[in-house]
Design a protein around this ligand. Structure first.
Ligand SMILES: *Cc1c(COP(=O)(O)O)cnc(C)c1O
Length: 473
């Protein structure tokens, strides 16, 4: 048996593109959330064939087994979690990446995979208004990680290296490390602490400022000072721009200044800014204030695969010191040695991540930026923010409805004044229609419905439909 020959691939490839086009064209007709019970798919999957099967049969199985058991994240009625944009432009880029099929672990294993990524990340840093120190040109650098979770983990590893004066690589952790987050910080930070072997005691939960959900910089400063006095080692603080629950924004500038004050020169507390969802809003000058203070941080992460039109996985990570991640992570066995690396003139992205191998993720991001242009991307973001502002105004004007927290960009959190049970019942009733998907959170002990507007296909009519469902009795 051999692989498809290119002519056969051409024919079947057209069929696949047709399938995807048909799926997207009809996406609004499916119930947004999959309606199946656990095991439904397992029962229907065909046995592994001994003999090759015709490709059409696979597409038929997709229709039979996969589509009914899929939650349609690209549906215009998808308002849950945060969006997972997979624009068709990015899908085309993903196909090109798969077609090239390269491993971009080292510059020398495929120079284009590295340099396209560097150029895109420098360009995006500029478009976001990030401090030029984050660019390759400015001595820092950007990379495309698989997820914000991985980005947080590697930032933590670089922080362990730096705050230990380099001893961590040999000695490992010693139980004195401390990492600062809030109760609203994404769980990926707690996971990174666990994966790094620091133990649960290393995670310090900084309280919010009174009357808000944002980290109190003063409380962080006090905790760090107490920890230092007790012989412990502050390693990393993670302010969030746009928390997952409610979109709260921690005061990055004050936190970064406090981190400087309590660090030892050369072994400063690492400031990792997690802006997984909201950071891309800084592409619009009117929202640039969201990244205020990021110029004082060590690393900044925002996901292209949430609100920036790019199919999972593409999380953008910038680090102010281009040497920091390789210093913590680089290990060079003989079989990876090459003259380009030895020359010191190239970047080997394997040193910026946990795995060795990496795919050419930059192609789908390039395809998005090329296809939409920065103006198109800004229009995408602005459209959702404007729809969220409208929804917010309807909520404020509607008796019995309340905003749970002020709107954050395109995230609106609401509840019913009648109480938690009524709010929960409303969420369930609206989701049961299959027309939309909403998720919830808890704020100050109260149940809250989140409306995250951000699907590529969402237009005003879909938000109107959602509001009709929320207000119909
Ligand atoms: C979604 C989210 C993450 C995790 O994102 P992944 O890229 O899926 O790992 C981290 N932080 C925040 C604030 C998020 O909203």
């Amino acid at each position: 048996m051999s692989d498809l020959d290119p002519e056969e691939f051409r024919r079947l490839g057209h069929a696949v593109v047709d399938w995807v086009a048909g799926y997207r064209a009809g996406i609004g007709e499916h119930p947004v959330r999959a309606q199946v019970e656990p095991g439904w798919v397992r029962e229907r999957m065909p046995a592994l064939p001994e003999q090759p099967q015709p490709f059409d049969a696979l597409l038929a199985e997709l229709d039979r087994v996969v589509v009914p058991a899929t939650t349609h994240w690209q549906a215009p009625g998808f308002f849950g979690y945060f969006p997972a944009n997979a624009s068709l432009h990015s899908v085309l880029g993903d196909l090109l990446s798969g077609g090239l099929g390269v491993q971009g672990m080292l510059w020398s294993t495929s120079p284009a995979a590295t340099e396209v990524e560097q150029v895109l990340l420098d360009g995006l840093a500029d478009a976001l208004g990030l401090d030029p120190a984050y660019t390759w040109a400015g001595g820092g650098g950007g990379t495309i990680a698989d997820s914000a979770s991985s980005a947080a983990l590697v930032a933590l590893l670089a922080a362990l290296h730096r705050t230990s004066g380099g001893a961590w690589r040999e000695r490992g952790v010693d139980g004195t490390e401390r990492v600062y987050v809030t109760a609203e910080t994404h769980s990926s930070l707690a996971k990174a602490v666990r994966v790094a072997g620091l133990g649960a005691a290393a995670l310090r939960i900084v309280p919010p400022s009174p009357g808000s959900l944002a980290m109190s910089a003063q409380a962080f400063a006090e905790m760090a000072a107490e920890d230092v006095a007790a012989g412990l080692r502050p390693v990393l603080v993670c302010p969030t721009i746009g928390t997952t629950g409610t979109g709260a924004v921690d005061p990055v500038r004050e936190i970064a200044l406090a981190a400087r004050e309590h660090g030892t020169p050369g072994r400063e507390i690492w400031v990792h800014v997690d802006a997984a969802w909201a950071g891309v809003a800084a592409l619009c000058p009117e929202h640039r204030d969201v990244i205020d203070g990021v110029e004082l941080a060590d690393s900044f992460c925002t996901d292209a695969h949430k609100w920036l039109l790019t199919a999972f996985d593409a999380s953008l990570l910038w680090v102010r010191d281009a040497a920091a991640l390789p210093a913590a992570l680089s290990i060079t066995p003989e079989y990876l040695r090459n003259s380009a690396t030895d020359s010191g003139e190239v970047v080997d992205y394997r040193d910026w991540q946990v795995p060795l191998g990496r795919r050419f993720r930059a192609l789908k991001l390039w395809s998005v930026l090329h296809g939409f242009g920065l103006e198109g991307v800004r229009a995408h973001l602005r459209g959702h923010v404007a729809l969220a502002a409208e929804l917010e105004s309807w909520i404020v004007a509607e008796p019995g409805f309340e905003l749970a927290v002020p709107r954050s960009l395109s995230l609106v959190c609401l509840r019913l004044s009648a109480g938690d049970e009524a709010t929960r019942a409303l969420l369930e009733r609206v989701n049961a229609t299959g027309r939309v998907l909403l998720t919830h959170t808890v704020v100050d002990g109260r149940y809250v419905i989140r409306v995250a507007i951000g699907s590529v296909a969402t237009e005003r009519e879909h938000v109107e439909e959602l509001w009709g469902l929320l207000t119909s009795r």
